[in-house]
Write a protein that binds this ligand. Structure first.
Ligand code: XMP
Length: 517
């Protein structure tokens, strides 16, 4: 089996909000990498045996008490090192330079001028670059072993290189989209300076994952809970390619899914891809369990627990299953690992369907646990899943349960799914779907007056929500064209009798959240 993790980079995380972005960029350059906390065990770093190391930025200042430090093993390994922002300060400090705390925080665009020649900038086409800066500290005096290779109007050391060794520092963020030629700089470091081969490609990833699934599972059987979401669908497609009929999927239709999603899952997975799928029509069970529940946390709990109960029951009815497959992806692994001193950030820790049964005494297989979401999506498309499905907006685990305010009823779920479908369909028709990060309808259980012909009628209210965001931690409401909102509103009111009013949500996050709950 080819070892596509043979060429690899280690990223030491000092807590920057961009650490995962660095890793995704390196992967996009077709090189495997992993993120370790800055205070990871020396032995673990040695065992990983990277061909190069990238030190991330940090929200901290090197002057603070207990500021994160540089583990000397980084230099002892004798591999190239690139320090980004805080990582650059650490290298400078290590070699005897001084870092100045500065009251003036630099945040946003800056213009960097290349000074002289450096192999790090070999692929940079411009003499001047617009780059993304985000820092408080900066290099005050540079250690004598370093020479400046770029400057800005506010610092002579926007980047430096060691005179003899392959050690580099950049004050700006090459991983951020806004930095012109950022990819070229990282590519030059990873491919040319570290000498990493381009082995981490979708086709190779599929082949090696298929091989290792086969090796691990042998002729045993694997159970997978399909949710309709991207991760579990890709696990299904990948496992099916690896072990065919040894995979059994259980798909629980909760009645809280997108419009006609249950049928679509069956069409794609069972009919088209010929995967073993057991569909459990649990809609009534869900609506019964949710009757009378209005508190959001209680609703979530009911939905999560019922899922586990149904899934366990199905599992017990199946014979000789030895494995449980899960759609865990790499960000879940990094975020739950954290750092020994608790410094590691938690960018997004999501409340999923309440986990899966632990007492089934099955062995766990998580075939996507070394992949980022964008890699999972690419794999999905290569494995034959429809791009529209793979690139869909996120959908919360408890589904429409969090989008029906107050008590959840079958009638409300039906109205909401249809309204949501109209909204999404029109977004796609108008090429607006990919311009929004998440869009959906919300059901409000209040009745408001409307006139149809000569008659007044009191029916429900639908709210439309659409946001633009990068990380879902903050979001701006999408400024959709009025004519578009008008069209969607008309369609919803005309096509769904039970709706007499449509409103558009103009709240950003914070202070509002994306979901209404
Ligand atoms: P909020 O509402 O917190 O949502 O601004 C941020 C993102 O998280 C999604 N979300 C969930 N995803 N299970 C999930 O898998 C959940 O329980 C859940 N609640 C919110 C939400 O759709 C948005 O993308």
């Amino acid at each position: 089996m080819m070892d596509i993790k043979h060429s690899k980079i280690l990223i030491l995380d000092y807590g920057s909000q961009y650490t995962q972005l660095i890793a995704r960029r390196v992967r996009e350059l077709n090189v495997y990498c992993e993120i370790y906390a800055w205070d990871a065990e020396t032995q673990a770093i040695e065992d990983f045996a990277p061909q190069g190391i990238i030190l991330s930025g940090s929200p901290e200042s090197v002057h603070m008490d207990n500021a994160p430090t540089l583990n000397e093993v980084v230099l002892r390994l004798n591999v190239p090192v690139l320090g980004i922002c805080y990582g650059m300060q650490l290298l400078n400090q290590h070699f005897g330079g001084e870092v100045a705390g500065s009251d003036e925080k630099e945040f946003g665009y800056a213009q960097v001028n290349m000074t002289g020649q450096s192999v790090l900038f070999d692929q940079v086409k411009h003499q001047q670059l617009d780059v993304w800066m985000s820092h408080g500290d900066k290099v005050h005096t540079v250690a004598p072993v370093f020479e400046s290779i770029a400057h800005t109007s506010s610092t002579p050391y926007a980047a430096f290189a060691h005179q003899d060794l392959p050690l580099y520092g950049v004050q700006f963020h090459p991983e951020v989209e806004h930095t012109v030629d950022g990819r070229e700089i990282l590519g030059q470091f990873v491919h040319h300076i570290c000498g990493c081969e381009k082995l981490w490609r979708t086709d190779n990833i599929i082949d090696t994952h298929v091989d290792s699934i086969r090796e691990l599972v042998g002729d045993e059987k694997v159970l997978l809970g399909l949710s309709g979401g991207v991760d579990s669908s890709v696990v299904a497609a990948l496992m099916h390619k690896a072990i065919g009929d040894q995979l059994v999927c259980v798909f629980v239709d909760t009645g809280l899914l997108r419009y006609q999603e249950g049928d679509q899952v069956m069409q794609t997975m069972a009919d088209k891809m010929d995967i073993n799928v057991i569909r459990v029509n649990a809609q009534d069970q869900y609506f019964d369990a949710l009757a009378g529940a209005t508190d959001p946390e209680r609703k979530r709990k009911i939905i999560g627990e019922l899922f586990i109960r149904i899934f366990e029951q199905q599992a017990q009815e199946l014979d000789d299953i030895q494995w449980l497959a899960q759609g865990t992806i790499y960000p879940d692994v990094i975020e739950s690992a954290g750092s020994a001193t608790g410094k590691a950030h938690v960018i997004k820790s999501h409340h999923n369907v309440g986990g899966l049964p632990e007492d089934l005494s099955l062995k766990l297989i998580e075939p996507l646990k070394d992949l980022f979401k964008d890699e999972v999506r690419k794999l999905g498309v290569s494995l034959g899943l429809a791009p529209e499905m793979v690139y869909r907006h996120p959908f919360p685990g408890p589904g429409l349960g969090v989008r029906i305010l107050g008590e959840v009823k079958a009638e409300y779920a039906d109205i909401l799914a249809r309204a949501d479908h109209i909204f999404i369909e029109e977004l796609r028709n108008h090429d607006l779907y990919d311009q929004t990060s998440q869009a959906f309808a919300v059901f409000l259980p209040v009745k408001s007056v409307g006139v149809v012909g000569d008659a007044r009628r009191y029916e429900y209210v639908i709210a439309l929500r659409a946001v633009e965001t990068i990380d879902f931690m903050t979001a701006r409401w999408a400024h959709l064209p009025y004519a578009f909102i008008d069209l969607v509103s008309r369609r919803i009111i005309n096509e769904i009798d039970k709706v007499s009013r449509v409103v558009y949500d103009v709240s950003s996050k914070p202070p509002a959240t994306i979901e209404w709950e």
